[in-house]
Ligand binder design. Sequence first.
Ligand SMILES: *Cc1c(COP(=O)(O)O)cnc(C)c1O
Length: 370
Amino acid sequence: MSTIAPAADLAARFPVHGDVQRRSDAARAEVLGRLSFGVDFTDHMARAIYTVGQGWHDRELVPYGPLRLTPATSVLHYGQEIFEGLKAYRHADGSIWTFRPEQNAARFNRSARRLAMPELPEEDFLGSIVALVSADREWVPDTEGATLYIRPFAFASEEFLGVRSAHEITYLVIGSPVGPYFRKGFKPVAIWVSTDYHRAGPGGTGAAKTAGNYAASLLPQDEACAQGCEQVCFLDGATNTLLEELGGMNVFVVDAEGSVRTPWLSGTILEGVTRSSVIQLLRDEGRTVTETQVPLADLLDDIRSGRVAELFACGTAAVVTPIGRLAGRDFDLTIGAGEPGPVTSGLYHHLTDIQYGRAADPYGWLYRLV
Ligand SMILES: *Cc1c(COP(=O)(O)O)cnc(C)c1O
């Protein structure tokens, strides 16, 4: 059960400043009627500044809009940046909830430590989200599968070209009403396994949610697209033989007799909140779930022989996504018959039912925002 303060006690940490130009009901209805992913933004953003010697200050909620940065702003040169991604879900009674936000707050601080950035108190992380969603509550969609995607992030905003951790950090939270991540909906996707590129290596930043990991994934992602795949899956940088994860999603293997495997947290994998929730749900269904090494060669053999029944990827943005095809330089395999398998679809429904308030939440995963 979460022990975090209720939303009402946190919102005042980020008071509203500036004249907000709220868009009209008609303009908002137009946006909410044609949702895609990450192209529309709400009327406000939350902000705080950290200065060495002073700590965090100037917490506020301001109109969403362009930032003023000089060309020498440190992040533009050295990429000192971290981010998070979570969602606000509207329940049938109109209330608005988010999912395990204290996990995102804790991970934000783990990322901050790896990127030599200041930690943000949990009450500020949560307070900024509460303030934003509460001011922009009208932007939380009420249509099936739609949510308000929340993006907290922090970056080196000091004007300085020397190489060291910045003395000024800007923290921002923006909100984006989104439809389903994959346009085709809950349909199996094709994955390209990259053997030429890695997203992370031992001692690197793979376990942190930071811009550079995504920058490194874009070329292999283009390669995946050129091969007719939606996403790229990376192998470990040390041996180039072990399955790690996709650019922004963790990966799971369901064996024919119903047990489940996922790559263990080797230090180069991002620990997804969805990943840990999925592990819990599967174990509570009575399944064996092991966090282990998943060698690609064994996985391919097991898919060919039918010992593997389902593959899926998971993350906040795309929830649980079935993988129907796994391809690479010298293999191209189909899993399932173009349909999501029963374990994958069961999980998708169970998880989204909890998130949207349609199923019981025995874990205390939901946190009420509004
Ligand atoms: C964000 C992310 C995930 C998924 O994490 P969730 O907390 O489930 O959204 C997985 N892998 C990478 C590399 C990520 O950046």
